[in-house]
Each structure stands twice: as C-alpha cells, then as structure tokens.
Design a binder for this molecule. Structure first.
Ligand SMILES: [Zn+2]
Ligand SMILES: [Zn+2]
Length: 241
C-alpha cells in the first residue's frame, strides 16, 4: 500500500538519475517503468535486455512476481527486448499490446504463458488505467494514460507518433497533468526541438519528465523552459501523484 495515488518509477533508461549515481543500478539504451496503483503493479515496457531490467528491478525493491500487468508501447527491441525473460520469471500477467504488433511476436508471448489483450483505440483498460491505442502511421505505438485526481498522466515509450500528437489525443479524456517517457528528439535539429518544446508549453502540463530517446540536448531545453515543472529522469527516478 502506498500513500500516493500512483507511483511511477523508472527502471530502465539511457541514464541513471543523479540521486542514484554511484549505486549499482545500470543504464542502457531503452525504457521501462513500473506503475504502482492501489490495486496493481504494472510494468510499462521492458527495456532491451532482461538481465539489466531484472537487476534494476531487484535493486529498486520490485519482484517480477509482484507485477500483474505488462503494457508494451511498441515492438522495438529497446522496449520489448526484456519481455521474454520477464515472462520466464512471471508468466501470470496480462500483456496489453497494440494490435499492430507482429503475429509472430503475439504467438511468442502466448507461448511464454502471457495473456494478451490487443488495443486498437483510446480506451480505459481497467481501474484508472487507459491507453491511447496504437497511434501513428509508420511505427505504431500506444501510450499509457493514468487518470488521477490532478488529471491525466501520460507515459510514452518512444513517442514515434509525436509527443504533441499523443498529448493532444489524451485531451478528449482529461486535462494532462504530467508527461513522462521518451520523446524521440535525439536526432532533431535545435529549431525543431524548440518548436516541440514551445508546443508542449502550450499544453498546460504541470510536470514533464523527458527520458530515453528525448536526447540530452532536448532535455536541456525542456529543463530551461519548464523550470520547476521539469523532472529529471534516469533509472531510479520516481514520480508520486
Ligand atoms: Zn521505438
Ligand atoms: Zn526507444
């Protein structure tokens, strides 16, 4: 039981949160977070390598068998790579996947014992947890929406459909309180980064935690522009709502 409504902790990221520097937590290209609510422990994405996911989980006091739900944003290796290893430790989970995921991957998950539920559109999954459903044209990706008393908290994997598009899509449900995850700006030019940061500023978000493929340059820009609304990501970082 936690005091907060929701706790979100980053388990896998390209960097280590500065509070955890010098500890044995490992960083690696990829993303995963654990969302703890009153009734559930949800693994959002699984990073690239299960060995790193597992070690970081244990060091942050999570056990695979405590997880009841897995939410996969998209099929890229840096998000789904740890899934098979995880299912070996705990196959008793419901795995929410975008229906765009390949048939071979779906079969693999079922064979490993996971119960899959495919998502196709913006919808509530259970309790206060919703999905945007698969968005985008090229690389389809779903983002998680956590409905809290302060508004929606969005968790993104890579934001291939565009972080602004994702944020906008959630507004049919609620105001957006926080956005956490990879924003995929690491290859963008400064001008484009500035444009996105400005657009996100217009969204009225109260907390922003750019992680993973956002890239260091874009992170700096978000930090500059969002001030005390900016939260530092990295393995170990947590958001309590
Ligand atoms: Zn990706
Ligand atoms: Zn990624």
């Amino acid at each position: 039981m936690i005091m907060a409504e929701v706790k979100i902790q980053i388990i896998y990221d390209n960097t280590i949160n500065s509070q955890f520097e010098g500890t044995s937590l490992k960083s690696d290209w990829g993303f995963s977070a654990i969302v703890t609510t009153k009734n559930h422990k949800i693994l959002f994405d699984t990073g690239a390598k299960f060995s790193i996911l597992y070690e970081n989980m244990l060091r942050l006091n999570y056990k695979p068998e405590e997880i009841d739900t897995v939410f996969i944003s998209h099929e890229h290796k840096d998000h789904i790579g740890g899934l098979m290893g995880f299912l070996k430790k705990n196959p008793q989970v419901t795995v929410y996947i975008p229906n765009s995921i390949s048939e071979s991957k779906k079969k693999e998950i079922i064979k490993a014992g996971g119960q899959i539920i495919e998502t196709s559109k913006i919808t509530t999954l259970f309790d206060n947890i919703a999905t945007t459903g698969p968005m985008g044209t090229d690389i389809k990706e779903q983002s998680m929406i956590i409905m809290t008393t302060k508004g929606a908290v969005i968790i993104t994997g890579c934001s291939h459909p565009g972080i602004v598009n994702i944020t906008e899509s959630v507004k049919v449900l609620s105001n957006v309180y926080a956005v956490i995850g990879g924003f995929h700006l690491f290859r963008e030019k400064e001008e484009k980064i500035k444009e996105i940061v400005d657009e996100m500023k217009n969204e009225g978000i109260e907390k922003i935690m750019p992680a993973h493929c956002t890239g260091e340059k874009a992170k700096e820009k978000f930090k500059e522009e969002f001030g005390n609304k900016y939260l530092e990501a990295g393995v170990g970082s947590e958001v309590l709502i």
